[in-house]
Write a protein that binds this ligand. Sequence first.
Ligand code: G1P
Length: 273
Amino acid sequence: MIKKCLFPAAGYGTRFLPITKSIPKEMLPIGTKPLIQYGVEEAKSAGCNTMAIVTSKYKKAIEDYFDTHTDIEQNISGNSKEKLLEPLNSLIDSTIFTYTRQKEMKGLGHAILTGEPLIGNEPFAVILADDLCDNSGDTVLSQMVELYKKYPDYCIVAIEEIPKKDTDKYGVIDGEFIEYNIVKVSNMVEKPKPEDAPTNLAIIGRYILIPEIFDIIKETKPGKGGEIQITDALLTLAKQGKVLAYKFEGKRFDCGSIDGFMEASKYFSSNLL
Ligand code: G1P
């Protein structure tokens, strides 16, 4: 039902300098896999077969990664290393990767709008690869797709409770719980100061969006940081009663921060041994 997943991946990743000078943030490894592969695997688990990746001129490594590498493949052909590439190759063979480039960094809303030609007029998922999620049961995006089947006219954002002091790092929502884990959203604010935050329910990097969002983003004025924010565009839909927030099952690592990235490395290392 949701066939395409958009990955905004044009940012500079300056928090991780110097490594991000030549390695895209989305290509930083947790174990032997880059962050974006975890995102693509999650999107596949939720039934998405097309990855719509919004890149920039510095992000060629992403396109190369999801493609064949004939030199390496010839080099390892028939030896024990061959199996190391097999899971990635089968992911590549079974997935459509499409790309477009964002020429200016004008915010997450603008990045999503840049992906419009790759999405077209259908509902779609968005994964921010630096929010790495894990769950023993259904993945976070699968849980959201299940919910979308019940509420197909709504946008859905994933939320989690955060310490109130951290609200200025996230989009924060307010609204009314209609089930123990679902909020009908009435207000959303991008990165409010703790004293201005309506709640401590923070949006994390998983969204299901209806295609009307593109026209709304086009009308959305720059907000926090002078950037076009998806939170502000979604607020327009929330005021029409069309946004749900979902408290997901699972664990989420903020791999956009060094601490979160190190924590995720430790957590996933046990899976690699
Ligand atoms: C973006 C969004 C924010 C959201 C966050 C989740 O912020 O603008 O609303 O809470 O992702 O990770 P960023 O982390 O890109 O600054």
